[in-house]
Design a protein around this ligand. Structure first.
Ligand SMILES: Cc1ncc(COP(=O)(O)O)c(C=O)c1O
Length: 398
């Protein structure tokens, strides 16, 4: 906790969370600089290069002098492209149009701006635990009443829907869901989504569906978005972006698709903060969505192979058990038979074993006793990491 008053910082700063993965990455880089081998499984970004046709579109846009400000809600041509893609991919009828779309520098800032547009102090806001830290950080900063619904390992990391039903009421402003899920790789079933949708209609709350991993999906069935279910087009805000599907984390390009009035208000927050997203980056986004899908499918096939190797390897290590992730690129093994101090164990694995990963409790209380591994590492690195984990774990004195 910061000594905020002594530093003359706003007391509200104490309500902010942060993403621990960036701290682990910084320490891992120090060890590498000192000559140590480190396998990076801490940070949530694909290790692939951005596909060629996307890079070329950005270079062409730069040389075409698309280097000026653009509208706060994004270029019309990109918003039209996203409206068409997002409606087709999710089967939205009637289709979304450009005014439903708002562009941002990555999905993370748009989560902040969506919650800023929706939450008054004291509003009931429901999310889930474990979770990507951005939702609770923004909602707490905004002084909402924040409630976390546990995700259950026994349900392959899907929400405890009975608990959700008990928790929501006419006072609930918004519920956020994330499928596929960071940090566990869990995927909500159509039945889960139907039940959440039924509650949303009954209690008249909004659903923020963080679908940033909707293209990192390993089930043979088609991806289901809650926005496509009856009564949900008008009460769902979809969060998506280019970071994960197209290996574009450093480009900073994301978006939301929302009912028009909400989209307009989110754009007002864009206007007040970053003004607009780099114009040539937006033009690269058009190329990503209009160009060949082959790189996305190829990267996913490689992720699937890595997932299988990592999860099988983790389950072969004594006192470790891991569910099979159905999406995203994270494995979330249970190490509670070794320790509940997952952060200390993650630190030990990095310092002693050269394997960088995250402690599950960085994602909330329900993550205590788990580790998060991002399998954005080569099969060779995964094999090396598994071998090192197996040798290092028995030396841990928790
Ligand atoms: C669940 C989830 N949502 C949103 C984001 C934000 O992604 P970006 O800001 O790179 O678009 C991430 C990144 O890790 C994530 O895991």
């Amino acid at each position: 906790m910061l000594a905020v008053h002594e530093d003359r910082l706003a007391s509200a700063v104490a309500r902010l969370g942060s993403e621990n993965a960036f701290e682990v990455l910084a320490r891992a880089r120090q060890l590498e600089a000192a000559g140590r081998r480190v396998v990076h499984m801490e940070i949530g970004e694909p290790d692939f290069d951005t596909p060629e046709h996307i890079k070329k579109a950005a270079i062409d846009a730069l040389y075409g002098n698309h280097t000026h400000y653009s509208p706060s809600n994004g270029l019309l041509s990109l918003r039209e492209t996203i409206a068409e893609y997002a409606s087709r991919f999710r089967g939205i009828d009637p289709a979304w149009h450009a005014d439903n779309v708002v562009i941002s520098p990555g999905a993370k800032p748009i989560i902040w701006n969506i919650l800023s547009a929706l939450l008054d102090p004291g509003d009931d806001f429901v999310y889930f635990d474990p979770a990507y830290p951005a939702y609770a950080s923004a909602a707490s900063y905004l002084q909402a009443n924040v409630h976390a619904i546990p995700l259950l390992e026994s349900r392959n990391w899907r929400m405890d829907l009975d608990e959700l039903e008990r928790r929501v009421s006419a006072k609930t402003k918004a519920v956020v869901i994330n499928s596929p899920h960071n940090p566990t790789g869990g995927v909500l079933t159509r039945g889960d989504l139907e039940r959440i949708a039924e509650l949303a209609v009954r209690h008249d709350f909004l659903v923020i569906a963080d679908e940033i991993y909707s293209r990192n999906f390993y089930l043979d069935a088609a991806y289901v978005s809650i926005a496509a279910l009856p009564g949900m087009r008008e009460r769902t805000i979809v969060v998506d972006g280019f970071s994960k599907a197209y290996a574009m984390t450093g480009w900073r390009l994301g978006y939301a698709v929302a009912p028009e009035r909400i989209a307009k208000t989110v754009a007002l927050f864009n206007n007040n903060t970053f003004s607009c997203v780099a114009t040539f980056v937006q033009m690269a986004g058009i190329a990503a969505l209009k160009g060949t899908d082959e790189p996305v499918l190829r990267m996913n096939e490689i992720f699937r192979q890595r997932r299988d190797r990592l999860v099988e390897g983790l389950n072969a290590i004594a006192n470790v058990s891991c569910t099979l992730p159905e999406g995203a690129f994270y494995a979330f093994p249970n190490v509670s038979a070794i320790t509940h101090d997952d952060k200390a164990l993650a630190k030990f694995l990095l310092e002693e074993g050269g394997v960088a990963c995250g402690g599950g409790s960085s994602f909330g209380k329900a993550g205590k006793g788990y580790l998060r591994f991002s399998y954005a590492a080569s099969l060779e690195d995964i094999d090396w990491a598994l071998d090192s984990i197996a040798k290092t774990l028995p030396k841990f004195k928790g």
